[in-house]
Design a protein around this ligand. Structure first.
Ligand code: GCO
Length: 459
């Protein structure tokens, strides 16, 4: 009979810009996402984070909802521009006060905080100096992290350094579909390196303040499934994408080196920013590894061999996920592949046995179910998504995975970045007109999973 460890931790996850609102309250400075939202055409419906779920003012109610679900840990993110509006050393104490109140309320409710230090809301003044493409960001991030560890490290023991550095680097500086909306291969490669350096520096900074702390990055990971393995180009593309998304940050922290196929692919563009001594700076024995899993990725189209793309500073092997097998998809158009979370966890167990304790820091699905005439949100597809994925998490735990916590994405329907509020990932429905919260059927299912420590899905 498969079972989770008695001390397995069940949580929910959110992020500051996606739920807090109050973007101009108590001295908060502008972030790159405020700027991005204000740029016409960047975000669906012209949506922005000004109100979001108003978590800034309603977090007590949200904590009560978590308590009723039996949630044991809450993964939230700290907004850098609330505490350092200019991204420099000038503090805004009201920002620190907010997070002190949030953390204290969580502890009062018996809910363990898991604080993400960076979930994409970079202070705009830092972007004005190049942002993650400017190596100075590493020192700025270290100073910010040190201040957070000093302020909250007596109550926050577990930390996520950077959420999805792949998205930060490649969606923000290459594809331009996320803030700051830059389209530069040079900047994206520099950001991919500087986020890896910043992650390692952050772990050292936290440890210097709170020796008992545990920290890790949250990486968006996937399995690349090759649909036509007879095509050598697709096999090579899958290996490049695997290095690009899955291996880069893990192997940087474990070895101080990036995957060789990308070192060759990026050539001079990487050599320019990889300075002597960086191997040692990249290496860190982080106690945690956060894994954000949503779905597998399927490669069939041949690699785009158009070297002119490189010349234009475009991404040389931007594959299309176009031949996914006939499977149900979520509202994001992502295929639903529950066995993939098992396969990924076992791949990590096999390839990276020394990577430390693993946390699923995000897993969830977007479906637009809303309240029916009786106010019930019967999100049966999300119920099935969570049961099938948690069953596969249980399989991996039973077969030796170092996974010890699972955070459902997300507690609340929220601002889904460039998709705005159209895509609903919440266990709790939010009416964005009235801000009324309504726990969905999936919240009740997740509560039952927590109450049985996962046994409910084992059958
Ligand atoms: C991410 C981010 C979340 C998203 C969620 C759904 O993984 O992209 O961490 O902020 O909202 O994953 O896309």
């Amino acid at each position: 009979m498969m079972s989770f460890q008695d001390d397995f931790t069940w949580g929910v996850a959110t992020s500051s810009f996606q739920i807090e609102g109050a973007t101009r309250t108590d001295g908060r400075g502008p972030s790159i996402w405020d700027t991005f939202c204000a740029t016409p055409g960047k975000v669906a419906n012209g949506d922005n984070g000004d109100i979001a779920c108003d978590h800034y003012n309603m977090f007590d109610e949200d904590i009560r909802i978590m308590q009723e679900m039996g949630v044991q840990s809450y993964r939230f993110s700290l907004a850098w521009p609330r505490m350092f509006p200019n991204g420099d050393a000038v503090r805004e104490e009201r920002g620190f006060d907010f997070y002190n109140r949030l953390i204290d309320a969580l502890l009062e409710a018996g809910i363990k905080p898991l604080a993400t230090l960076y979930h994409w809301d970079l202070p705009q003044p830092l972007q004005d100096k190049g942002g993650w493409a400017n190596r100075e960001i590493v020192g700025a991030f270290k100073d910010y992290v040190t201040a957070c560890a000093e302020a909250f490290g007596d109550r926050v023991i577990d930390w996520v350094t950077i959420n999805e550095p792949w998205c930060v680097s490649w969606l923000g500086y290459m594809n331009g579909v996320h803030a700051p909306g830059v389209k530069s291969l040079d900047d994206a490669i520099a950001a991919a390196h500087h986020t890896a350096l910043a992650h390692a520096e952050a772990v050292r900074a936290i440890r210097a303040v709170q020796p008992l702390a545990r920290a890790g990055a949250s990486l968006n990971m996937t399995n690349y499934v090759i649909l036509n393995p007879e095509d050598a180009e697709v096999v090579e593309a899958a290996a490049l994408m695997d290095s690009h998304v899955n291996r880069w940050w893990i192997e940087a922290q474990l070895t101080g080196h990036y995957p060789q196929n990308l070192v060759e692919e990026y050539g001079e563009r990487l050599a320019r920013v990889f300075l002597p001594g960086d191997e040692a700076l990249l290496k860190i024995d982080a106690e945690l590894l956060g894994v954000n899993y949503y779905n597998d990725s399927f490669l069939a189209s041949p690699r785009i061999n158009d070297v002119s793309l490189l010349a234009k500073g475009l991404f040389p092997f931007n594959q299309r996920v176009n031949d996914t097998p006939p499977a149900p998809h979520t509202d994001m158009g992502w295929p639903i592949t529950p066995d993939g979370i098992y396969n990924l966890l076992m791949r990590i167990h096999r390839d990276y046995p020394t990577v430390g304790e693993i946390a699923i820091t995000e897993n969830g699905a977007a479906f637009d179910d809303g309240p029916d005439a009786n106010g019930i949100v019967n999100d049966a597809r999300r119920v099935e998504y969570f049961k099938s994925h948690i069953y596969n998490v249980l399989r991996a735990v039973s077969e030796g995975s170092a996974l010890r916590s699972y955070y459902a994405w997300s507690l609340l329907d929220n601002f889904e970045w460039a998709e705005g509020y159209d895509k609903r990932f919440g266990l709790v429905h939010v009416d964005f007109e009235t801000l009324k919260r309504t726990p969905k059927e999936s919240a009740k299912t997740y509560a039952a999973i927590i109450a049985t420590n996962g046994a409910m899905v084992a059958s």
